[in-house]
Design a binder for this molecule. Structure first.
Ligand SMILES: Nc1nc2c(ncn2[C@@H]2O[C@H](COP(=O)(O)OP(=O)(O)OP(=O)(O)O)[C@@H](O)[C@H]2O)c(=O)[nH]1
Ligand SMILES: [Mg+2]
Ligand SMILES: [Zn+2]
Length: 320
């Protein structure tokens, strides 16, 4: 699918920022945003990996997000980010108040982290997948804490995630921080990708990151034994380099994930099975609600499209 297009205003801002930066000036350097919390942005210099700097930034740059490529100026005082380089993509969501929150930029795959506990929320999952489709990202589904199902065997399909999602092209990977062979499988999926791992609080995103990078100091949450709800342990996204190549961005838990959708892209295009069936609808602009000759509705009735996926499509269409 098409990459998300920047608005004209965003394009102008990027262009203006770049024009004002002279890369032949030895005080200007390229870097990568490793994390951004409040006014502090941690930047990794491209030419000195690991020697990260705390930078301030020009407010005119707008919001900077983990994964951004930037140009900063280092003249002895505290380094200043002076330009934001164009983004390949930007994963954003809306919080409960409708505020847009950037999750990560310049990633190649989204790992939607679900768990045996707290139980998977299918609407949340479908919104993540829609967002990934709109941004042109690969997406995988991780079902963590599989150790909590003592009799789990590899061909089991708890929550029926495999049955519904694998035919659509999304791999479902059972995982557990207590099972090294599953962590090895996850590592293999992360190799040479820039992955962002996201999901509700308490599913184990940081614990998985730590299982992959044991030498790194990462805060892992306590799950209250009483209600088993996560407590929002991770406060800001952070990018980690992986020893076998690739990067992993650990993100704070979400309560809900309302994607920021591209109004230029029909929602149905972000559901692979709806996109495929829609080619046979009588009307090219069919919304698959109550139009005659709708091949999508026929596929739902024939059991070829999962009814819950279709319900979520309708819900998003109404919200949109
Ligand atoms: N049994 C079991 N517990 C796990 C597993 N992975 C993580 N946990 C536990 O789940 C709790 C939450 O883990 P975190 O890694 O902090 O969860 P998180 O998704 O990063 O949460 P936020 O940062 O709040 O979004 C911790 O008590 C972990 O030890 C797993 O595979 N199995
Ligand atoms: Mg965390
Ligand atoms: Zn239709």
């Amino acid at each position: 699918m098409a990459r998300r297009r920047l608005t004209r205003q965003q394009q102008n801002r990027v262009r203006q920022a770049q024009q004002s930066v002279d890369l032949s000036d030895p005080a200007n350097h390229r870097g990568r945003v490793i994390s951004h919390r409040g006014k502090a942005v941690e930047v990794e210099p491209l030419d000195q990996p690991g020697d990260n700097l705390q930078c301030s930034f020009k407010p005119s740059l707008g919001s900077l997000v983990c994964g951004d490529r930037v140009i900063y100026r280092d003249e002895g005082r505290s380094p200043l980010i002076v330009a934001l380089l164009p983004r390949d993509n930007l994963l954003q969501r809306q919080d409960g108040f409708g505020h847009v929150k950037a999750v990560a930029a310049n990633v190649t795959q989204l790992i939607v982290c679900l768990a045996v506990e707290p139980e998977p929320n299918r609407f949340l999952l479908d919104q993540y997948l829609l967002s990934a489709e709109q941004q042109g990202l690969k997406a995988r589904i991780l079902l963590n804490k599989i150790d909590l199902l003592p009799d789990f065997r590899d061909d089991d399909d708890p929550f029926e995630l495999r049955r519904v999602y694998e035919p659509l092209g999304y791999e479902v990977l059972p995982c557990s921080i207590h099972q090294p062979e599953r962590i090895a499988q996850l590592k293999q999926r992360l190799k040479n990708e820039t992955s962002v791992i996201s999901g509700v609080s308490g599913v184990g995103k940081s614990a998985l990151t730590k299982a992959i990078l044991p030498e790194i100091d990462i805060r892992i949450g306590e799950i209250s034994e009483y209600n088993r709800e996560g407590r929002h342990t991770t406060r800001s996204s952070r990018l980690y380099h992986l020893p076998d190549g690739g990067e992993l961005i650990d993100t704070p838990g979400v309560r809900g994930f309302r994607p920021v959708l591209d109004p230029a892209l029909p929602i149905g295009d972000g559901f692979p099975e709806i996109r495929a069936a829609a080619q046979h609808c009588r009307f090219a602009n069919c919304r698959h609600v109550n139009e005659p000759g709708c091949a999508v509705r026929a596929a739902v009735e024939a059991g070829k499209i999962d009814p819950l996926r279709y319900e979520h499509y309708r819900k998003l269409l109404e919200q949109g």
